[in-house]
Every structure is written in structure tokens, then in C-alpha cells.
Design a binder for this molecule. Sequence first.
Ligand code: HEM
Length: 197
Amino acid sequence: MPKRLFFLLHILVHVIPAFFIFLLYQAAINGKLGGEPVEAIIHFLGIGALRLLLLTLVISPLARLRGFGPLNRLRRPLGLWCFTWAALHFIAWLWLDLALDWALIGGELVKRTYIVVGFLCLIILFALALTSLPALMRRLGKKWKRLHAWIYPASLLACLHFWWSLKSGWIEPAIYLALFCFLLALRKKKLANALPW
Ligand code: HEM
């Protein structure tokens, strides 16, 4: 893969997610988010986090193509951006939707399964983001790979969270779930070797 192309992709991986957050901020402060701005913010950040998560999973099958190995180095920044978007999505819910009312937040966690599922996904993403620091990567050694295989349960949880958060309709989350299953199928050999049975 030409060095220049890799350099350009590396820049885009940072610039595009940052630019969309900037656009969201601009739209919010200029009152251009429609009648339900808080919902619009939560949805925009949630769907963005899910797309970034699946995009992270697209990288390694592409990197297997001859000459495209360096693409693997884009997984870390993409994963970190995914966590950033997911954390902002969570903060928007806590702060803008529930006004940091802890009793209300506790009630939502008990009442709504999709919130618990999103929470579990966010905890996994947090652990993955934290352990992607080079010092921790070195310290974890072989365990690091096993820990980072948690990206698969996290992606499944994110798809289920999306599905269960909808009051009606299922086609869009079904498309994301199908894409996730396809990305898993591309790794069927690797996953079969990793299973303990
Ligand atoms: C504690 C963690 C989380 C909380 C509290 C949370 C909360 C929410 C809420 C309140 C909604 C809107 C539901 C509605 O329409 O009424 C939502 C939607 C969504 N969330 Fe989360 N979420 C969390 C984590 C995540 C994570 C980690 C991801 C992805 C990586 C994610 C992706 C989505 C998606 C894709 C939607 C649907 C957006 C749409 O309808 O366009 N969420 N979430």
C-alpha cells in the first residue's frame, strides 16, 4: 500500500469523526436540530458510534488483502473514536435528557433492558480504549489479544441496544446486525481456533 495513501487515510480517520462532532455542535448552537434537539443529538451520536464500531471490524479483513497490511494500524484510532462517540452519546443522555437526575437515571436502568445493554457495551468499549494505551498493551502481552476479542460481544450488544431502543421498525437494526454477522463469518477460522471447545 503506498505510504501516501496510508497517511491520507490516517488523517481522515481523525478528521472525519472530529468534523462531524463539530457539525453537530454547530447545528445544536444554531438551533438547527429540529423540534427534538436532545433526541437528535442522542441518535446522531449513537448511530455514529455503532458505525465506527463496525468500521473498526471491517479493517482486518481488508488488511488481509495483499499489500494492505498497514491498514491494521487504523484499528486503534477508529476504536478510540468509537469510544469517544459512545461516551458522548451516554453523556448526552445523562446530562441533556435526564438532567443528571440520579433517581431518574437509576429508574431507567432498572426499567429499560436496552439501557443496561448499552451500558454493558460502553463498559467493554471503555476497557478496550484504556488497554489500547501502548504501555498497557506491552504489559498485558498475550492477554491483550484475548481482551480485545471482547470487541465482538460489544458489537453484538450495540446492535441489540439499537434494535431494542426502537419503538417501531426493525429493518435498519437488522441491516447492522446482518453486517456484524457477515464480518464475524469472515473470521470464522480465527474464531473457531480461539474457542475453548
Ligand atoms: C450507558 C450507555 C448507553 C445509554 C444510556 C444509551 C442510551 C440510548 C438512548 C436513550 C437512545 C435513544 C432511544 C430512543 O429513541 O428513545 C439510544 C439509541 C441508540 N444508541 Fe445508545 N446508549 C448507550 C450506549 C450505546 C453504545 C455503546 C452504542 C454503540 C456503540 C449505542 C448506540 C445507539 C444507537 C445506534 C441508537 C439508535 C440511534 C437511532 O435511533 O438513530 N448506544 N441509546
